[in-house]
Design a protein around this ligand. Structure first.
Ligand SMILES: O=C(O)CCC(=O)C(=O)O
Length: 273
């Protein structure tokens, strides 16, 4: 037993009248969160020097006018982190296993991970449902783990969630109309979001949410960056149909990488890396 209150997790993530998300305050110790930040800064700097950081993939901000002293000041997201270092060790934590077992089942894979730097001036991600990006069979359960690395405030662009919207079907998503917005940003424009709530979090707080939950993040209008580490997980054996191309063919998503994290209810240990 780990002492986490996960008994009601499946219902709170997907049940009618339930919020569609759950918050675990103070989940990760400061040194674990700092190790993730240090690790991703190292990757951003190595990539800027032209070194091979595979399988990690660094995506720069695409907005105009980004400048900064350090390579990471220009970075938006770093993908494919979950096979190594503190990003992998987090998934081997028995408390994470307990959450995943309750929310998904005894056999779970991580298929996506991203560290999100939201540097001052960076735009937020418009209202969306994560399942829009995940053409899977079965489509659910799919769960996101959003770990606050810095404080998340109204000014620096915290997440906002629409409680109970996990009960909605997948809505149409239209392209983000802002010029040079980040690759892949799309927006739900056919739903009332007036009952949404901001998620004001401290470093180490963990938000767990269902992949139909409508959520967004706002622009960072503060002086400092807002960072988060995000993992997405689904049942082992889920079929990933890949991205549909204009000619109707499909190809594997370049940022998806399926890796076992829970088998028979037990976490798969991280090999030291
Ligand atoms: O953290 C953010 O700014 C947005 C993250 C998000 O919406 C997601 O991971 O689905």
């Amino acid at each position: 037993m780990t002492g986490l209150a996960t008994e009601g997790l499946p219902a709170s993530l997907r049940g009618e009248g339930q919020p569609g998300f759950a918050l675990f305050e103070g989940f990760a110790a400061p040194e674990r969160v700092e190790a993730m930040l240090d690790g991703v800064i190292g990757i951003a700097r190595a990539a800027a020097e032209g070194r091979d950081v595979a399988p990690a993939f660094v995506m720069r901000e695409s907005q105009e006018g980004f400048s900064g002293e350090n390579p990471e000041d220009l970075v938006s997201k770093v993908f494919r982190l979950h096979r190594s270092g503190p990003f992998r060790r987090f998934l081997a934590d028995p408390r994470v296993g307990e959450i995943l077992g309750a929310a998904i089942g005894p056999d779970v894979d991580c298929f996506l991970s991203q560290f999100i730097f939201k540097n001052p001036g960076a735009w937020g991600q418009p209202w969306h449902q994560d399942s829009y990006y995940f053409p899977f069979e079965p489509a659910r359960p799919v769960v996101g783990l959003w770990l606050a690395v810095t404080e998340a405030t109204l000014d620096n662009g915290c997440l906002h969630v629409l409680p109970e919207s996990q009960m909605e079907p997948l809505h149409p998503h239209v392209p983000d109309p802002r010029p040079r917005s980040l690759y892949g940003y799309t927006e739900i424009v056919d739903h009332d979001m007036s009952e949404s709530q901001p998620c004001l979090l401290s470093p180490g707080d963990l938000l767990v949410f269902d992949s139909h939950l409508m959520h967004r993040s706002t622009d960072n209008v503060a002086d400092g960056f807002r960072a988060a580490m995000v993992w997405h997980l689904a049942g082992a054996g889920t079929v990933d149909r890949g991205i549909e191309l204009p000619d109707g063919s499909r190809r594997a998503s370049p940022v998806h990488d399926w890796m076992p994290v829970l088998r028979g209810g037990d976490v798969v240990p991280a090999e030291e890396s």
